[in-house]
Design a protein around this ligand. Structure first.
Ligand SMILES: [Ca+2]
Ligand SMILES: [Ca+2]
Length: 426
């Protein structure tokens, strides 16, 4: 009985988790209890139950999605064409980036910035991270080095912060001062950007960071599950933001003359962007989670409107339809649209030597799809070329200095998050 009971809890929990990131979006929409949620509620109390936050409306909606049919995606490749090494575990990791010396900076959602030495498999803490709001999808987010980090030691972090009206994403830069004990500190920290306005709820912060080859800082600012701000130029929610490295606004931004907030904006009409990457030709690609169905990969263009919430190939979680992209050609349509969803998170465009056949290809983590998705590009077109069944919710993708592909498992719902290293099959 015990193994059977545990497997029921596991299945119920898996169902909840699987649909969560696309459907944990509905805190202001009614959702009726679904079979998976009922099963969860009647299962004996255990760590899985308490960490699945089964009581929130969002999770009930997630359970409903899960009950609609899981898995949400094709099973993918049976035989993986690479070796997978589980290197270590972090506590709800969200993002990572490599230092020039080969050590790895990893953010943990609760607010810890770790420096992990892969040679000794030991982690120390970087102090000086501001207080974060760790709730729902919020917490410590991305971490990124300045393009001239070797000279200026500047690093950038994003996180959810509290303030008037609720919470919002913030981006800070600081000098990373490393110590002899394998840790370090953030010094001279300055907040250089904030979501405006701060709002209620704990979803859709976005706050992915990237630098382009001109040294501009890009920030994905998701719509905080508030829909309309994505079309409102008095708000920077639901936008792709482009700034100078000190947070000031470049004069050549498309809405530079339309007010302080609009001036930050490069593109609008976005929903929840948890991954963006520059191709070798300079094009910026970003994926975003659709509502119920309709995950997207978009080519980001100056001044363009991507249409959310006026159009989407998905629908609202409460069942209200959203007109599809093909009904409104004035909005930029996605290069890839996923139904069933993959719940994309993390994104690199690979340029290493180790997987030479994959140079120029995109790699996108899939959370509900428990996968890594390989994308091939052709000019302004893109297509899913391959899907690898990782059997874990993939939150973050990074390319290592030696060309290995590194993944972080999403651990935000109580589980630990594995650090995985992918290398070619021997
Ligand atoms: Ca990263
Ligand atoms: Ca639709």
């Amino acid at each position: 009985m015990i193994p059977f009971r545990h497997s029921m809890i596991f299945l119920a929990t898996l169902g909840l988790l699987a649909a969560c990131d696309n459907s944990a979006d509905t805190d202001n929409q009614a959702a009726s209890p679904a079979p998976a949620a009922t099963e969860q509620a009647t299962a004996p109390a255990g760590p899985e139950e308490s960490t699945a936050e089964a009581n929130s409306d969002a999770e009930e909606a997630a359970a409903e999605q899960a009950a609609d049919g899981q898995p949400t995606a094709d099973p993918g490749t049976d035989e993986l064409p690479f070796s997978v090494t589980e290197v270590t575990q972090f506590d709800a990791p969200w993002a990572m980036t490599f230092l020039p010396d080969g050590r790895l900076l990893v953010t943990e959602m609760a607010g810890t910035l770790r420096l992990h030495d892969l040679g000794t498999d030991s982690s120390e803490t970087i102090s000086g991270v501001p207080e974060v709001v760790h709730a729902g999808q919020g917490g410590l987010g991305d971490v990124l080095l300045h393009p001239q980090f070797a000279d200026n030691q500047q690093i950038y972090i994003s996180y959810a912060e509290a303030g008037d009206g609720g919470s919002g994403a913030a981006v800070a830069r600081a000098r990373l001062v490393l110590d002899e004990d394998g840790g370090g500190a953030l010094e001279d920290l300055q907040v250089i950007w904030r979501q405006t306005p701060k709002v209620s709820g704990n979803g859709h912060f976005g706050h992915r960071l990237a630098f382009d080859s001109d040294g501009m800082l890009w920030i994905s600012s998701s719509e905080r599950q508030k829909f309309d701000p994505a079309q409102d130029m008095n708000s920077n929610l639901g936008k792709m933001v482009r700034l100078n490295d000190d947070g000031s606004v470049p004069e050549d931004n498309p809405f530079a003359d339309q007010g302080e907030v609009a001036a930050q904006v490069w593109s609008l009409g976005h929903r929840n962007i948890l991954g963006m990457a520059f191709a070798a030709d300079g094009k910026l690609w970003a994926h975003e989670m659709g509502p119920k169905d309709g995950d997207e990969l978009n080519l980001i263009e100056k001044g363009a409107n991507y249409g959310y919430p006026l159009v989407s190939n998905g629908e609202h979680y409460d069942g209200k339809p959203i007109p599809n992209h093909d009904t409104r050609p004035e909005f930029n349509a996605p290069a890839i649209t996923w139904t069933p969803v993959i719940s994309p998170a993390g994104f690199i465009i690979y340029n290493g030597e180790l997987f030479s056949d994959w140079q120029g290809d995109g790699f996108i983590g899939g959370m509900s799809s428990l996968s890594l998705v390989r994308v091939e590009f052709d000019g302004e077109e893109a297509r899913e070329a391959e899907r690898f069944d990782m059997q874990k919710r993939i939150r973050e993708v990074e390319q290592g200095p030696d060309g290995a592909i590194w993944l972080l498992e999403d651990g935000m719902r109580g589980g630990e998050g594995a650090l995985l290293k992918l290398t070619p099959q021997q």
